[in-house]
Design a binder for this molecule. Structure first.
Ligand SMILES: C[S@@+](CC[C@H](N)C(=O)[O-])C[C@H]1O[C@@H](n2cnc3c(N)ncnc32)[C@H](O)[C@@H]1O
Length: 319
């Protein structure tokens, strides 16, 4: 009987974006200043693992949103034991916006981005003119990117987005060559050719990095946890959704759980209201690891306002 060797999945490639410095000093993360390439939507990680293994002198950063796919990718990365790759569970749009300085990336790979084929869903597509401009800014001069899609109308749509984004575009029909899960799926379904779009940076476009928002904590004079009710907030691309409220009378501490959404970034936020002397303080829960966005600042205000409404004639100070 042969005993199965234990197999350990290394978590070393996984980065928690919430604790990374902004913009992230990538040479410090990788321990060297080799060029950085990005794969957007690496799925199960076949291509990312291969790239990292075949090009040890390049540093790779992968963005993916689905946990299960990230876990499969980490397994593949453990098998190739590459030290030159990091992955994040994050939508690439806030990823680029907050974590990358201009010209920080040499090449961007994107295989089979969701095409959102229905006309009414086109607003969900990643490769809008706005995102092309952001990618342009984060790419080095003469940097480039390759997008491969199974959906010809999406390739045509991307061509329409390119003007004003600082790129030269070349488009070609190519056979299957990447061996990823989704490529295999389309090949099994009978598709023989795909659209490959190569965009080469010709002009640098200015897109400022989003700075951290200042987060105020508040003091209120009175608070009655029995009357706490919070309304959801939505305006200007920010949404704050109330999820849950708890109160511990022994500690005189309440906790509101809210979901905060700002421009493709969803964060779970816990805000505490606790007694301090004669007053009550409204703070982020201790140990909160968050990207300090305008939505988080708004969530603190929403919880403060809801806490104040539990008592009439309330006053507040921010600090
Ligand atoms: C159709 S799958 C392709 C996966 C893989 N590239 C392959 O070829 O098998 C598209 C992937 O992109 C990811 N994705 C879509 N939009 C994204 C975004 N804005 N940021 C990061 N990942 C994204 C999805 O989660 C999904 O896993």
């Amino acid at each position: 009987m042969s005993l199965k060797q234990p197999f350990y999945i290394s978590l070393k490639p996984f980065l928690d974006h919430q604790v990374l410095p902004r913009p992230t000093p990538w040479p410090q993360v990788f321990g060297n200043d080799r060029p950085v390439e990005v794969e957007i939507g690496f799925g199960n990680g076949e291509y990312l693992a291969r790239l990292a293994q075949e090009n040890p002198l390049v540093n790779y950063i992968g963005f993916e949103e689905y946990c299960e796919r990230i876990s499969r990718a980490l397994r593949k990365l453990s098998r190739v034991a590459a030290d030159n790759v990091r992955v994040m569970r994050l939508d690439v749009r806030p990823g680029f916006m907050y974590l990358f300085a201009p010209r920080a990336i040499r090449f961007i790979h994107c295989l089979f981005p969701p095409p959102w084929p229905k006309k009414s869903d086109a607003k969900h597509r990643l490769w809008t003119r706005g995102f092309l401009r952001l990618a342009n800014n984060r790419l080095a001069d003469n940097g480039a990117m390759r997008i491969v899609t199974d959906h010809e109308p999406y390739a045509e749509w991307i061509e329409e987005q390119v003007s004003g984004s600082g790129f030269d575009l070349k488009r070609a029909r190519i056979p299957a060559r990447y061996g990823t899960k989704f490529e295999r799926k389309w090949v099994e379904g009978g598709q023989k050719e795909f659209d490959a779009i190569v965009l080469t940076k010709k002009e640098h476009i200015h897109v400022a990095r989003k700075e951290d928002s200042p987060l105020n904590h508040y003091t209120i004079a009175q608070f009655d946890p029995d009357n706490f009710q919070m309304e959801n907030f939505s305006a200007g691309g920010i949404a704050v959704v109330f999820k849950d409220f708890l109160y511990d009378p022994r500690r005189q501490t309440a906790q509101a759980h809210v979901l905060v959404y700002d421009e493709h970034l969803l964060q779970n936020v816990r805000i505490v209201i606790f007694k301090s002397g004669d007053e009550w303080r409204v703070h982020l829960a201790r140990g909160s690891m968050l990207m300090p966005t305008p939505g988080i600042a708004r969530a603190l205000e929403c919880v403060r306002d809801a806490a104040m409404k539990t008592h009439k004639g309330e006053g507040t100070k921010g600090f």
